[in-house]
Design a protein around this ligand. Sequence first.
Ligand SMILES: [Zn+2]
Length: 178
Amino acid sequence: MTNGKKILGEERRNLLIDWLQTSDKPLTGNELAKRTNVSRQVIVQDISILKAKKHPILATAQGYMYVKTERPAKASRIIACCHTPAETKEELFLLVDHGVTVRQVMVEHALYGELSASLMVSSRQDVEQFCAHLQSTKAALLSELTNGVHLHEIEAQTEEQLDSAIAALDRRGFILND
Ligand SMILES: [Zn+2]
């Protein structure tokens, strides 16, 4: 498609917007770098430039997503959780198995106040990808900054789905109770 030729600045960024807007799944920095014959670092810079121009691009563990126009209001909630790093997969599985999308993780940080990251995890496959990515990058979970305490923004089609997901987490001892 690109004949191994480097695609330059503005043209490359226009392509990125186009691909992200039309893709039905997140695209990774590596994938975008391969398509444009530049390094992943250049893609990271491009995405920053596009975000500064107010393009609604979200960096998630699965890759970059172009946030399409707001979807119809769904049920959403913030929950306070606590678990060990090893229990991360189990927690996320419990949530997605109830039809819940985990939008964000947030923690309290001594220097930066609230830190948040987009997860956008909504299937077991997303969870597997997130956990594989976590392992391969040896990155630390945000919750490791706070001994496992973190918040999640979760959403689902119905309040009932959220209720039963939270009940399942609670039974497993993952919900922070006073
Ligand atoms: Zn969690």
